[in-house]
Design a protein around this ligand. Structure first.
Ligand code: IMP
Length: 424
């Protein structure tokens, strides 16, 4: 069997949680391969809304095994106190969840460091979610990190104190006074205590070498869905660097983040919104600063599910989308939030850029350079969408995108509930 992959083709927040939840009945396992609690995957069903950060979105279906792979980074406090607490009110979780012993831990001091780094950058800040993502991945590649497997060692506390003290020295050198800083509303001392308790509790979960679990499952004919976090344009290699996250968000990250060989990758589902959003700093060529941008934000409820920050909104950018399809080897497209465009009479789409006096369709080295998007306009459907009688203007919009990308759109999401979809 193969691992199918579902990932975002824009700057994150494409609606991956909803679609993983829709696809889960077809899979035996749902697995996360990168990122951490910077992600916020929202699922809505039976009138309930749940936001997941680290735990895979397959957790609400009976008989689905969920795996947090080695490429993910885990904050035990967030995972247990924010996610597990929420999920446990709906379903039993422990028996369905496996955690890689090689996944790195986000320490309380990683969160302080994230904060200190952002302040140090001043106007050049990245707009991080302040969940400690970058400092944790720096410690991973710098070979200083602590992993989930370390929790099971007798000298864990010693290792923890050693790394914490390195971090505190770094923080001091940046003139950051952490004595007054709050982490999730708690002082550092309070947060650290709660974190250490959560870290102890994490030991009661299934912690194992998930690469064996997953490869054996494939040998046994099990179907696996890998759930991406963030989006392609936030990838550390190919995103709008340096305004990116610190992991490989693209399909290539599935192999290193799970221990799956490349020849085991199957279908790649690429998700994109019918328009574009971005949260945090960094270039966004088709960003709208007018009433239409505001309308997309309110109609689409475009506020970060992890941080609550308003998302920047703009028109669909096809050159960027094509780039993302190429990098990921997308085989099937899924268009999200088409209903957000319901009230628009005219739709606008970027089809190429002008850069240094020339028309280009490839993405330039620096997206913040002086590039001007060139647009084409379409008639809007300007009505609510009846999924049994798709408006002609929506069909035209879909066909244009399919032709541009040379790929088929298999599903169009037209609402937040798991049932509100057009299957094409
Ligand atoms: P970090 O991953 O918290 O370091 O944030 C780096 C950049 O990625 C910032 O611009 C964040 O707003 C953005 N980002 C991180 N995670 C997500 C996500 O799940 N959705 C959308 N943007 C994200």
């Amino acid at each position: 069997m193969k691992v199918d992959v579902l990932l975002g083709l824009q700057w994150g927040d494409e609606g991956k949680g909803k679609i993983v939840d829709v696809l889960t009945p077809h899979y035996d396992m749902v697995v996360r391969f990168q990122g951490g609690p910077n992600a916020g995957h929202t699922l809505e069903f039976d009138g309930q809304k749940v936001v997941l950060h680290t735990i895979p979105s397959g957790v609400f279906r009976e008989n689905t095994i969920n795996v947090i792979g080695n490429g993910v980074i885990i904050d035990p406090f967030i995972m247990l106190n924010k996610e597990v607490n929420q999920i446990s009110a709906i379903t039993e979780i422990k028996s369905k969840l496996y955690i890689s012993e090689k996944a790195h831990l986000i320490l309380p001091t990683h969160r302080l460091l994230d904060n200190a780094n952002e302040r140090f950058r001043g106007k050049n800040k990245i707009g991080s979610t302040l969940k400690g993502i970058t400092p944790t991945y720096i410690d991973k590649t710098g070979r200083n990190g602590l992993r989930v497997g370390d929790l099971l060692l007798s000298n864990f506390q010693q290792k923890y104190n050693y790394l914490k003290n390195i971090h505190l020295r770094q923080i001091k050198s940046m003139d950051f006074d952490y004595s007054t800083a709050l982490i999730d509303g708690l002082s550092f001392a309070e947060y650290e205590l709660a974190w250490l308790q959560a870290a102890q509790e994490l030991k009661s979960y299934h912690i194992c070498a998930t690469e064996y679990l997953l490869n054996k499952a494939l040998e046994d004919g099990k179907k696996i869905l890998a759930e991406g976090a963030q989006g392609t344009l936030l990838d550390i290699e190919f995103g709008s660097y340096p305004y990116v996250t610190s992991s490989n968000t693209i399909a290539a990250g599935v192999c290193s983040g799970l221990g799956i060989p490349p020849n085991r990758i199957g279908t790649v589902y690429g998700l994109f919104k019918a328009y574009c959003t971005r949260v945090g700093e960094g270039p966004f060529p088709t960003e709208l600063f007018d009433d239409t941008g505001e309308l997309l934000r309110t109609q689409g409820n475009e506020f970060g599910s992890t941080t609550g920050r308003p998302r920047r909104c703009g028109w669909l950018d096809l050159p960027l989308l094509k780039y993302a399809c190429m990098l990921n080897g997308v085989t099937e497209l899924i268009m999200m939030k088409a209903d957000v465009l319901n009230s628009l009479k005219t739709l606008t789409v970027c089809t190429n850029y002008t850069y240094k006096g020339k028309i280009i369709t490839e993405i330039p080295y620096d997206l913040s350079d002086d590039i001007s998007p060139q647009y084409e306009h379409f008639k809007g459907w300007n009505n609510t969408i009846d999924i049994n009688n798709i408006p002609a203007a929506l069909t035209d919009y879909i066909s244009f995108i399919e032709q541009y990308l040379n790929l088929k759109i298999k599903l169009v999401s037209v609402g937040r509930d798991r049932t509100q979809n057009i299957i094409l």
